[in-house]
Every structure is written in structure tokens, then in C-alpha cells.
Design a protein around this ligand. Structure first.
Ligand SMILES: C[S@@+](CC[C@H](N)C(=O)[O-])C[C@H]1O[C@@H](n2cnc3c(N)ncnc32)[C@H](O)[C@@H]1O
Length: 223
């Protein structure tokens, strides 16, 4: 009899776990349907915590495909009708092709590391400086951790160099990295040109992934 109760209790509790799981999955999916990928939730979470995106800002977003971060940026900058904020803009680029997003200036098939691409972005900016540079760029991962870490750092340093010529004084910079033995060196380098540098692991980022974000705020400027 005792064991029957035990079995029944286990069965009921596993049923309620299953119901919860199914409900959560539906909630996630229904939200997810508005965005092109789940990656949107990482930016939504970081923006909620650090208030990175505001109407009127000029934002450059590197590694934008398939476009869910761009969707979030367009919403936060109020770049779509009926609001259509006049002064703000987002330039979203990716080396892959992706469908454009209304309200954003999209540059698909644009390799950020090429000088020609960076010149195109600067010309699209038309001498205006940037408030925020975001990079969710990621190389194709091989699973060889040190190698993947090395390759994402090449993308990160390319963005840092670009940031140092295109950011406004006090501008901000957010980049994805795969955590590794050069992370602290990157933070040291960023500390030379930004007032504050911090590591962020959004809840929406898988716990078993080495993915991290580095947020550098308060660009010290070129002088
Ligand atoms: C994780 S995905 C970005 C997801 C995006 N944030 C979203 O919300 O939809 C990483 C992207 O980085 C892009 N990427 C990698 N190297 C790049 C480069 N050199 N220039 C531009 N984009 C690059 C990849 O093509 C890929 O689309």
C-alpha cells in the first residue's frame, strides 16, 4: 500500500512537472514567434538591466542575422510607425544574407572585418558619431575551445578598433565572446578606453555554453 502511494505521488508530481514544462515551452514559443530567433531574449534581458537602448540613439549592430536583435533595437529606438523617431537609427549588418527589417538600415552580406565594409558604415553614418556598438558576431564554432575563443577575439578586436573611431564620447559597447584565457586581457584593454567594463551572462544564454557578453560603458574619447 505504501509503495502504491509512493508511486502515485511520483506519478502526480512528474505529471505536474510535465504540465509546467509544456506550459513554459508554449509561453516561450508564443513570445519567440514575434522574433526571428530566441537570441532576442538575451538583448531584451541585458537592455532591461542596463538601459542600453533609447529613442534618438545611433546604433551599429554587427552580426545581425537572422535579425532578432535588430527587431528589439527597432522597437526600443521607436523607429517604426506610428512613432518613427526622427533622429535615431540602427545600422544592422551581417556577413550572411538576411531579410531586411522595417525601420533599420540593413547591410546583409557585409563582412565587418573588411575595410571596405567599415568605410560603407562610416559613410552611411554621414559624419555622425555612434551612441552604441553591439556585436553578437560569432565565428562558425568548431568545438575546439581555444581555437573558437581565438577566432571570436579577432572579431571582437576588429569591433573595438572600429568603436574607437566611431563612438561618441561616453558611448557604449557590448560584445559577445566565448570565455577563455584572453578574456581578462580583453577587459584590461577595454578599461583603457572605457570608464567601466563588466562581464554579463544573461539567463537566456545557455548555462553550458562559454558564451559571455562584455559591456563597456563611458567611452573616454579620442583626446
Ligand atoms: C549568433 S548569430 C547573431 C544572431 C543575431 N544577434 C540575432 O538576434 O538574430 C552570429 C552572426 O555573426 C555573423 N558573423 C560572423 N562573422 C561575421 C563577420 N566577420 N561580419 C559580419 N557578421 C559576422 C554570422 O554570420 C551570424 O549570423
Amino acid at each position: 500500500m505504501k509503495s502504491f502511494h509512493l508511486i502515485l505521488r511520483r506519478h502526480l508530481s512528474s505529471q505536474s512537472w510535465m504540465q509546467r514544462h509544456v506550459r513554459d515551452t508554449f509561453v516561450k514559443q508564443s513570445r519567440y514567434q514575434n522574433y526571428r530567433s530566441r537570441a532576442a531574449f538575451k538583448l531584451i534581458e541585458m537592455n532591461k538591466q542596463y538601459q542600453l537602448l533609447k529613442p534618438g540613439m545611433i546604433v551599429i549592430e554587427c552580426g545581425a542575422a537572422p535579425g532578432s536583435w535588430t527587431q528589439v533595437i527597432v522597437e526600443c529606438l521607436k523607429l517604426k510607425p506610428p512613432e518613427c523617431h526622427k533622429t535615431g537609427a540602427v545600422i544592422a549588418l551581417d556577413k550572411a544574407d538576411f531579410a531586411t527589417i522595417p525601420g533599420a538600415i540593413c547591410l546583409p552580406k557585409t563582412d565587418f572585418t573588411s575595410h571596405i565594409s567599415q568605410a560603407r558604415i562610416l559613410s552611411a553614418l554621414n559624419d555622425r558619431k555612434t551612441d552604441l556598438i553591439l556585436s553578437d558576431m560569432s565565428p562558425n564554432v568548431t568545438g575546439q575551445h581555444d581555437y573558437d575563443h581565438e577566432r571570436i577575439l579577432q572579431l571582437v578586436y576588429s569591433t573595438v578598433r572600429f568603436a574607437s573611431i566611431s563612438l561618441k564620447d561616453q558611448g557604449n559597447f557590448l560584445t559577445k565572446i566565448f570565455n577563455g584565457n584572453q578574456t581578462e586581457k580583453l577587459i584590461e584593454d577595454l578599461n583603457l578606453i572605457f570608464q567601466k567594463v563588466q562581464k554579463i551572462k544573461p539567463e537566456a544564454s545557455r548555462m553550458d555554453s562559454t558564451e559571455l557578453y562584455i559591456l563597456a560603458t563611458g567611452f573616454k574619447g579620442r583626446g
